[in-house]
Design a protein around this ligand. Structure first.
Ligand code: HEC
Length: 126
């Protein structure tokens, strides 16, 4: 029998498994960056494209104009008022001193980060 390093099949399999390990570790590193930079995109945040759809989906079943809570989140002016008095971020981040919103469970970190970015940008009506 040939020594194993002369066996082309074994060498081939060895190279394949080394490549696999190298690529596996690379793709894992990239995936983490991918998640923070691309999946949670806080750079392209605007009221009309980002914030309003989030609020319509998660909040405006209750906070429609004229609802009993007294807080409307349907127009830019309404949302800006809640952002300016601190209640918007306080409530979605479940901070002490504010009613946690939505009550059914905190929104995911990325959604909260987008709203926070928009508030920090000065709540533009864009
Ligand atoms: C199931 C109905 C419901 C949903 C959904 C809901 N809210 Fe509310 N929210 C209320 C009610 C009722 C109040 C007033 C009573 C209270 O504070 O619990 C309120 C109060 C608030 C307040 C005032 C909090 C304070 O402490 O002064 C803010 C700000 C607010 N909501 C924002 C939101 C946002 C933003 C969302 C979506 C992410 C949301 N709410 C989702 C029913 C809801």
């Amino acid at each position: 029998m040939k020594p194993f390093w002369r066996d082309k099949t074994l060498i081939f399999l060895g190279i394949i498994s080394m490549l696999f390990l190298v690529f596996k570790s690379c793709s894992y590193d990239n995936l983490e960056e991918y998640y923070s930079d691309v999946v949670c995109d806080t750079l392209n945040v605007s009221y009309s494209q980002t914030i309003k759809p989030i609020l319509d989906r998660n909040c405006n079943g209750c906070h429609f104009a004229g609802n009993s809570s007294g807080i409307d989140l349907e127009t830019h002016a309404d949302v800006k008022a809640s952002a300016d008095n601190g209640s918007l971020l306080g409530s979605i981040k479940y901070e002490p001193g504010w009613s946690p919103m939505p009550k059914s469970g905190k929104m995911d970190d990325c959604t909260i980060a987008k709203i926070e970015k928009w508030v920090n940008n000065g709540t533009p009506n864009d």
